[in-house]
Design a binder for this molecule. Structure first.
Ligand code: ZN
Length: 69
């Protein structure tokens, strides 16, 4: 589920909400309860594995290729 960042125009606080893409345009209330908010952006990478460079399971490392066995 994508995460969207919002900013409250009443108190200036930024906050994020995870919601279905179909509801991305719905208004969001800030944690303080204000509903005068604007959507800033969709936070990329939330819920998406970006991978780890040294995970070793993708064949990139020495042991990943079995050469250490
Ligand atoms: Zn607020």
């Amino acid at each position: 589920m994508p995460t969207y960042e919002f900013r409250c125009r009443a108190c200036g606080q930024t906050f994020t909400e995870s919601r279905p893409m179909a509801e991305s345009g719905e208004p969001a209330a800030c944690p303080q309860g204000h509903d005068d908010t604007v959507k800033l952006l969709a936070v990329a990478g939330a819920g998406i594995s970006v991978g780890e460079p040294n995970s070793g399971s993708s064949g990139g490392g020495c042991c990943g290729g079995g050469c250490c066995a």
